[in-house]
Design a protein around this ligand. Structure first.
Ligand code: TRP
Length: 334
């Protein structure tokens, strides 16, 4: 733990196949934050069950995601990486915060509306209360900053509202978190509809590059990426498909988008797509190798899972005990 540093909390759900967007937009950049901040990165498996999951599959995905955190460069000695379900304080604080959250404000959540349209046969209370659990995640660790995508801003906003409401009643208990804005990483769009974010829940497998895609698949998907009929390479809003390819290329090669554009000046989209495919495959190969290597290190990974859950619980329980005391639950007798 790094004393005196600001705290970062973020989480990824262990559902769906993780995409290049998750890696370039989030995970890879988290590893750059861990020297400046005290970081908690959770595999939020409790969030995953708001949609029905196959148990064996959920367990497998959750472990793979934790391994991916490490493969992506997050150092489990510096940053705390753990399963949300291993720290019971998340569910406990979420229950308490439910009682400080209004139906009216939750009814405005656009992700709930989208998800309930998508899962019309299973609109459960957990899906509705999801943002409260997310607020508990963040507030338990007194996070100062939360790196999240734009799609999660509404949830972060409600987290702040709940925290401020609580602090207004009971005094300063929670740190009010800010969104992390900075070099947050590339925003990777769908290959088939570049006005939409690349998403692990996209129905069309050609729209997303998955982290476990092999070289041929990556190259094929890039070759099929939607562009336009302007036949010129630029990094402008008018050419969302080409812009996205440049963004991906730049993120994979470490070049600036302008440098990438210059490289493809006068060249056709075919050249661009091939180069992007190669660059992505070259980026994913070492990551995939590292995942394969770590997956065999069972004892090492188990040790990380155990130790980090303990570290997380220590911090989380400190906040939880304070909250329980403030609201009038009887103190524990030691
Ligand atoms: N809801 C987030 C998502 O789907 C995942 C998440 C859960 C999260 N708890 C969090 C992100 C806390 C940041 C902080 O992307």
């Amino acid at each position: 733990m790094i004393d005196g540093h600001k705290v970062i909390f973020s989480g990824v759900q262990a559902t769906g196949n993780l995409t290049l967007g998750n890696y370039l937009g989030a995970l890879r950049n988290w590893s750059l934050l861990q020297n400046e901040y005290e970081c908690f990165f959770s595999v939020v498996d409790e969030h995953s069950i708001t949609v029905r999951q196959d148990p064996a599959e959920l367990r497998r995905r959750a472990r793979n995601l934790l391994i991916l955190y490490i493969a992506a460069g997050i150092d489990p000695k510096k940053s705390c990486i753990y399963f949300q379900s291993h720290v019971s304080a998340h569910a406990e604080l979420a229950w308490i915060l439910n009682c400080y959250t209004y139906m009216g404000e939750m009814n405005r959540m656009t992700q709930f509306k989208d998800k309930s349209a998508k899962h019309a046969d299973n609109i459960n209370v957990g899906l509705f209360a999801y943002p409260v659990l997310m607020a508990a995640d963040i507030l338990l660790y007194q996070a100062d900053v939360v790196p999240v995508g734009i799609d999660q801003m509404q949830h972060l906003e409600i987290c702040r509202d709940i925290a401020m409401r609580f602090n207004n009643i009971y005094g300063p208990v929670f740190t009010i978190p800010e969104p992390y804005i900075g070099k947050t990483g590339a925003k990777i769009m769908s290959l088939q509809d570049p006005t939409k974010k690349m998403s692990k829940s996209d129905e069309n497998p050609n729209a997303s590059i998955y982290l476990y895609d092999d070289r041929d698949t990556v190259i094929r998907k890039c070759r099929r990426a939607v562009t336009d009929s302007l036949a010129t390479v630029s990094y402008s809003e008018e050419q969302p498909g080409v812009r996205n390819l440049i963004e991906i290329y730049a993120a994979c090669t470490g070049k600036l988008p302008e440098e990438a554009v210059a490289e493809f000046e006068g060249k056709g989209y075919g050249d661009l797509k091939s180069a992007v495919g190669e660059a992505v495959a070259d980026t994913l190969a070492p990551l995939q190798n590292e995942i394969a290597r770590l997956s065999k290190e069972k004892d090492y990974i188990d040790g990380i899972i155990r130790d980090n859950a303990e570290r997380a619980a220590y911090t989380a329980n400190k906040t939880l005990r304070k909250v329980q005391h403030k609201i009038g639950f009887p103190d524990r007798i030691r």
